[in-house]
Design a protein around this ligand. Structure first.
Ligand SMILES: Nc1ncnc2c1ncn2[C@@H]1O[C@H](COP(=O)(O)OP(=O)(O)OP(=O)(O)O)[C@@H](O)[C@H]1O
Ligand SMILES: [Mg+2]
Length: 278
């Protein structure tokens, strides 16, 4: 396995840190093979998410964001390089039980309709997730409080909720497992514009309150900007820019980032901020 020793990511190349190093992607390449044709979705990317950090990954459709999320969770095999979480290498998901450390990575997907079981009440689904957590899992009531849903929601089925409420349930379920790293792959993309920033802010709140870290993936820089400490910009399977959120927002160095910012439709160049910020 090739490891890029010239990586600019100091943490990724440090041999001394293990526990406490968080998530590290070291020179990760992912290729897909479809009908005998190989295509490269990720070209040797370097990323890190430190414990307690809220990090964004942005880029246009097809640039490789979901592939990155899947590589982190072991849902697609890495062709070259490595993904490590707290010093444990992430291998493709198989039939074997995952190491405890890797069970602490949880994902919230774009489509809450597909990720919740339509035939089970919310309480049962949250209880299942709590069972994974051998520590002190929050109660179902506490989880519903956390995502600002009424406690009575526990006795209902997913179909009895709106899209935004369903996504809150999906977030509660992820938090029930006591994650130390939450991966949100476009978790707000299926929601109405008025709800997007609300749910994004909620995800940040629950992440911070639980002391976890989050990688928040979106094509919408204006919402991402509201919640992340640090940001990666991806273009055609490569990280083209990385930095503190405000720095990237105000002084983008890469031409693609500049284009991405310019495409936010406000003529004064300062970009749009969602109207609902509470
Ligand atoms: N299972 C697959 N087999 C073959 N190619 C794939 C597969 N999944 C993704 N790809 C390709 O890999 C590239 C990256 O896709 P990916 O889903 O990671 O992009 P994305 O940034 O998440 O896009 P979006 O914003 O639309 O969700 C695309 O060119 C896509 O067509
Ligand atoms: Mg995607």
């Amino acid at each position: 396995m090739m490891v890029d020793t010239t990586s600019q990511n100091a943490t990724a190349t440090s041999q001394n840190t293990r526990k406490g190093e968080g998530l590290i992607l070291n020179n990760v390449t992912v290729q897909y093979r479809t009908a005998g044709v190989t295509s490269t979705a990720l070209h040797g990317i370097n990323m890190s998410v430190h414990p307690g950090e809220v990090v964004g990954l942005v880029g246009e459709s097809g640039c490789g964001k979901s592939t990155t999320a899947k590589a982190i969770c072991g849902l697609v095999p890495v062709t070259d390089g490595e993904v490590r979480y707290e010093g444990v290498a992430v291998d493709p998901l198989g039939f074997r039980k995952r190491p405890k450390t890797l069970q602490r990575i949880q994902m919230v997907f774009q489509n809450p309709y597909a990720s919740l079981n339509p035939r089970r009440k919310i309480k049962a689904q949250l209880e299942d997730a709590r069972a994974i957590n051998e520590g002190t899992a929050p109660s179902v009531d506490e989880l519903l409080d956390l995502v600002e849903l009424p406690r009575e929601s526990a006795n209902l089925y997913p179909r009895q909720f709106s899209g935004g409420q369903r996504q809150r349930i999906a977030i509660a379920r992820a938090m029930a497992t006591g994650p130390s790293l939450l991966i949100g792959d476009e978790p707000i993309a299926s929601l109405d514009a008025s709800l997007q920033s609300k749910v994004a802010m909620l995800m940040k709140k629950v992440t911070r309150e639980s002391g976890a870290a989050m990688l928040f993936i979106s094509h919408d820089l204006s919402v991402v900007r509201l919640i992340v400490d640090r940001l990666y910009v991806m273009h055609e399977g490569r990280i083209v820019e990385e930095g503190e959120t405000e720095e990237v927002w105000n002084h983008p160095k890469n031409r693609y980032t500049q284009r991405l910012l310019a495409s936010i439709p406000i003529p004064d160049g300062s970009g749009t901020l969602p109207t609902v910020l509470e």
